[in-house]
Design a binder for this molecule. Structure first.
Ligand code: ATP
Length: 261
């Protein structure tokens, strides 16, 4: 029996569920290219304004940042979403992180003290990684900003030998009962679309991220390309950069991978 069903989300133009694919993000790109070439579809599909989501039961080459791989066995929520917005939003990944956090807390309020947003793009349960978020941005010829969001959420997939080295955690294992993946997809997508007006008020969701910020007031290291900064994490600035106390108070960091020292 296939537990998945087409989701009734009014904001979405298409929702595609696959048993297996290499990566939902790559699949979404292939579908978009296909439609843009004029292979079927209506005007919105060809213009790239089509709001599309692709979910897979398993991914064979799930993507992380740069060359990172996202391990995606059956049981997790592996979902990509394509959404076009009229202006550039530098902190888009924090917007998505805040939506995911709110959606999960809405379902499990008891997680409040343990579920945290890791700048810029993960959700942590205690000190373990529950969810990864991958954002890709591009500009369309019409001047719109296309945001592709990949969400990898460990729901029912057990933390076996393949995930153990990454200090991953699975929500179902943590809660103690299996979770309905389709329902989580629904709740998360609704949270993202219902809050879209906040994209013009980034101080609101950044203040939310600061409230639930992972490693706040702890000593962290941020590694980006060939540079590394160490210091006490003070918070996220209103522009989305990270505020780190390292010698000079309040140094702004724009990108990098954060780890505890
Ligand atoms: P950053 O903080 O910069 O995003 P990252 O190390 O968290 O860096 P990502 O690209 O977000 O990197 O995620 C990919 C990484 O997450 C992998 O390199 C691996 O360490 C870990 N990982 C892979 N699959 C999973 C999973 N299912 N659950 C938790 N962690 C995973």
């Amino acid at each position: 029996m296939n537990e998945y069903f087409p989701l009734l989300i009014p904001f979405l133009d298409s929702y595609i569920v696959l048993a297996q694919t290499d990566s939902t993000m790559l699949e979404m790109n292939r579908i978009t290219r296909h439609l843009k070439k004029g292979n079927g579809g209506d005007e919105s599909q060809r213009s790239g304004k089509h709001i599309l989501a692709v979910q897979a039961i398993t991914q064979t080459q799930g993507l992380g940042r740069k060359d990172n791989k996202w391990i995606s066995p059956p049981g997790g929520l592996w979902l990509s979403l394509q959404y076009s917005h009229e202006c550039f939003v530098p902190s888009f990944s924090l917007y998505i992180g805040h939506c995911l956090h709110k959606a999960l807390l809405g379902l499990f309020p008891a997680l409040r003290d343990r579920l945290a947003i890791k700048w810029t793009n993960d959700l942590m349960l205690q000190d373990r990684k529950l969810c990864g978020i991958l954002i890709r941005h591009s500009e369309t010829p019409e001047g719109d900003h296309l945001y592709q969001t990949g969400i990898g959420l460990n729901l029912n997939n057990p933390i076996d030998f393949s995930l153990m080295p990454y200090q991953a955690v699975s929500l179902g294992e943590e809660i103690g009962f299996p979770l309905d993946i389709s329902y989580f997809a629904y709740v998360i997508l609704m949270e993202i679309f219902q809050n879209v007006s906040l994209l013009t008020k980034q101080e609101e969701y950044i203040s939310y991220c600061n409230e639930y910020l992972y490693a706040k007031n702890r000593r962290v290291r941020i590694v980006a390309d060939n540079t590394s900064e160490t210091g006490v994490l003070l918070g996220i600035n209103v522009n989305g950069s990270l505020c780190l106390e390292c010698g000079a108070p309040g140094k702004e960091i724009w990108s990098g991978t954060l780890s505890l020292c």
